[in-house]
Structure formats: C-alpha cells, structure tokens
Design a protein around this ligand. Structure first.
Ligand code: HEM
Length: 430
C-alpha cells in the first residue's frame, strides 16, 4: 500500500485514546489539523493486537458522502471501533457473528430496511405526540428532585442522567425498579472505558475479561427482554416493546436473537446519548447566565438551543463502515474490506460547514450537523431526543429562575458515546 497517508503513531494513539475524548480541546485541535493536512488517513494502532487498522475520515463532506452511500460503505460486520480483535474472536465462537449483539446498526440492506420499517412510524413525531404528557410528567418529577436539592447540585446526577433513561425505559415498558440494572448494563456495553461510570473496574481488565463481562451483560439483557416480549405478545399495549414483540418480517416473527438485539439497541442507544446532549445544553446555558434569562423570556429560542447542543456535544463520536469495493475517499485509495471511521466530532467542527465551530451559537442557521448521522442508518430516535430535550428545558425554564456553573464540569473517558459525567450547578428556583 504505497502513497497512503498514515497517521504518525502519537496522533494515531490520540484519536483512539478515550482520555483524549475526555480532554476534548486538544482532540479538536488535532482534528482541525487533520482536516487540513490529512483528511482521510490510516490509523495503525501501535498495539496492533487490539484493533485492526482503519481509515479516519474527518471532513464534513466526506463523512456525509460515506453516510449516504450505504451500498459502498457497509455497517456489517463491525460498526464500532471498540470491537477489538479478541471481542470479535469471542463473539464468533459464541454467536457465529462478529458482534455480540446483532441489531439495526449491524444490518445492511436488504435486512436493514425491513427491520427499520417495523418501528419507524412509532418514532415519528405524530406518534410521539401521544407520549408528550407522560414525558412531561417525567420532566416535572425530575425537576422536583433538582429543586429539592436546594441551591447546588450535580446536574448530570440529578437531571440529565436519570431523565432520558426513565423516558426510554418507559417506552420499552421496563419497570422503574429495573432501571439501575439497565443503566449498569448500558455502561458495560457502551461506556466501559470510564472508571467512574462502568462501576466494574473494566478499564483495568484485559480485553478478554472485558469481553466476558460484556457477553454476560448481553445474556442478562437477552433473558430480560425475552420475558418482556412474551408479556407483550400475551397483552399488547401501544408501547414500542409491543411493536417489536408482535412484529413479523417476511411473514415470520423475529428470531429470538434479533428481537433481543432490537430491544437492546433501543434501550441502550436512547439514553446516554440524550443525557450527553442535555448536559451539554445546560453547560452552555449555565456558562452564560444572561442567556438563561433571555430564553426564559423568549421560548422561541429553545429549538435552536436544543439543535446546537446536539451538534456542539456530538454524543455519538463515531460509527464505522466497511468498504464493499475499492473506492477513492478524500484522495486515498480505500480497498474492498477496509474499515473506515466516520468521525462525527470532527465533521461537526468542520469550519467549511460551521462558522466558528467551537462556539455554542444558539442562533446557528442552517445547522445541518451530523450528530444523528445521515443516510439509511440516521438515528431512529432523533425526534424523540429533540422532544425530550425541549420538554425538559421548558420545565426547567418555568421552574428555575437563575442557574450558573458551580465548579468544573468533567467529561467521560470514552471513544464511542461521550459527554459530561459531572456538571456542578448553582441555581435559584422560581
Ligand atoms: C442510530 C445519535 C438518541 C435510537 C444513531 C446514530 C447516531 C445516533 C450517530 C448512527 C447514525 C448513522 O450511522 O448514520 C444519537 C444522538 C442522540 C440519539 C446524538 C441524542 C441526542 C436516540 C434515541 C433513540 C435512538 C432517543 C431511541 C430511543 C437509535 C437507533 C439507531 C440510532 C435504534 C440505529 C438506527 C439504524 O441503524 O438504522 N443514533 N442518537 N437514538 N439511534 Fe440514536
């Protein structure tokens, strides 16, 4: 492979280092340089035992093009980068597939559109409107807890963490007492790189131990959702759990493994992501207390704030694709079977698309960010995420008169789903 842009080892190390994502600004500087000098470059981790090499794609236009070309750039078999080699081997032995969980994000056409269609309507605004009163109740109860805390609190712990988890568990029909278990399982699947969040000491484990732990988490999830599906088949309701339990594809009910995968992707994709964008929105507003007063007075500013917070935080930091054929990307010859990283953090900070991209600009327009991806796999829950954030902030604006930072916010160490893990705020109830 000659003439390839290969990232120097120190840069390669940085772009796969979860701590770099926790520090953020240094990483954004690196992406600024890469978009200029080497917008598509091969990452060959020095510890070649862990990951296969992949092409890092950093420019907005390239990430958009690859996202929309679902024929050439496939999700299957490995749509995320922390599917390191041992995980793949283990998974192949245990399940016959490269991933421990098969779900929408692992499927390509022709299976993907058939599965996606099953719940697509349920996640559209018209159906979600039926959930509004319920979500508003959850938002009220969440803000009750914040107000009860007095005048200072960790916004992540009290508000942005539990609220989206509660909403998504509600739409899946998971009883409240099981929520901590679901939270823990999600962390094990997605956020295991952060010692404060995983609660498992995963960051000190060998890759083999991590895979065993995650496989155990998946088994627990599968058992749990098999029971839930049986209940929903016996007594269907109008929640999404019932839609999945009673779905058929080509006239057949979903195989057990696919059904569990469907529940798992909705359960896990739906909360840490929205938690991160919600915390980010609050951070931006708390950094500029006058802005809080402005939005309290003029609620028409809220949708712009929600959208900008989603871009500014970019909670899902990447997804991966595999080339179905030899193809040129950003001047580089990508071979059939090569692995590519769509880096949404970099794409959403590309100045060719966003003026002054590191600035939180509540009035940014247009704001065609890539935080929800694009193309066939574009986030299924994007309307729900926006709606949840809007309802929560409406409730907060009603009930909190002033709010400001009360300490240093801290980001999670994670290469995949990332965002704030603490956000100390000082506030005065209205
Ligand atoms: C897929 C981001 C909230 C469910 C995705 C993708 C991204 C993303 C980047 C992959 C897109 C691609 O490959 O082109 C986000 C962000 C959220 C959020 C930033 C919050 C701010 C949610 C919620 C749910 C959800 C609330 C559901 C309850 C899903 C599902 C997929 C997905 C099921 C897989 C779709 C497919 O492969 O067809 N999301 N998401 N997400 N998201 Fe979200």
């Amino acid at each position: 492979m000659s003439g390839e842009a290969i990232l120097p080892p120190d840069v390669a190390r940085e772009v796969i280092d979860p701590h770099a994502y926790a520090e953020w600004n240094g990483l954004l500087d690196t992406f600024d340089r890469l978009r200029q000098e080497s917008p598509v470059a091969l990452v060959k981790p020095e510890d070649g035992e862990l990951f296969d090499p992949f092409w890092l794609v950093t420019r907005y236009d390239d990430v958009m093009r690859l996202s929309k070309d679902n024929k050439t750039f496939l999700n299957n078999p490995r749509p995320v980068v922390f599917s390191f080699r041992q995980a793949i081997e283990f998974s192949r032995q245990a399940t016959g597939s490269d991933m421990l969980v098969d779900s929408l994000v692992v499927f390509d056409a022709p299976i993907h559109p058939k599965y996606r269609r099953l719940t697509q309507d349920w996640f559209m605004p018209r159906n979600l409107a039926k959930m509004e009163a319920e979500i508003r109740n959850i938002a009220e109860a969440t803000v009750d807890r914040l107000v009860a805390a007095g005048s200072e609190a960790d916004f992540v712990k009290l508000v942005s963490g539990p609220y989206p988890l509660h909403v998504v568990m509600q739409i899946l029909g998971v009883p409240e007492e099981d929520e901590p278990r679901m939270q823990m399982l999600t962390q094990q699947l997605f956020g295991g790189q952060d010692a404060d969040l995983s609660g498992t000491g995963m960051e000190n484990m060998s890759p083999e131990q991590v895979v065993q732990l995650v496989a155990g988490a998946v088994k627990t999830f599968e058992g749990y959702f098999a029971e839930l599906a049986a209940q929903r088949r016996a007594n269907p309701t109008d929640d999404v759990a019932s839609v999945i339990a009673n779905a058929t594809v080509d006239g057949e009910p979903l195989p057990e493994r696919d059904m569990a995968g469907y529940y798992i992707i909705v359960a896990t994709a739906g909360h840490d992501t929205t938690s991160a964008s919600t915390a980010g929105a609050m951070m931006a507003l708390a950094q500029d207390p006058e802005q809080w007063a402005r939005v309290r007075a003029d609620r028409s500013l809220l949708p712009g704030i929600v959208e900008e917070a989603i871009r500014w935080t970019t909670p899902v930091q990447h997804f991966m694709r595999t080339a179905a054929e030899d193809v040129e990307v950003g001047g580089q010859q990508v071979k059939k079977g090569d692995w590519l990283m769509l880096n949404y953090v970099s794409a959403n900070h590309d100045p060719s698309q966003f003026d002054d991209p590191r600035r939180f600009d509540a009035a940014r327009s247009p704001n065609r960010h890539l935080a929800f991806g694009a193309g066939a796999h574009q986030c299924l829950g994007l309307h729900l995420a926006r709606m949840e954030m809007k309802i929560l902030f409406e409730t907060l604006l009603d009930r909190i008169e002033t709010i400001e930072l009360a300490g240093e916010p801290k980001r999670a160490t994670s290469t995949f789903v990332g965002g704030l893990k603490t956000l100390p705020v000082r506030f005065k109830a209205a």
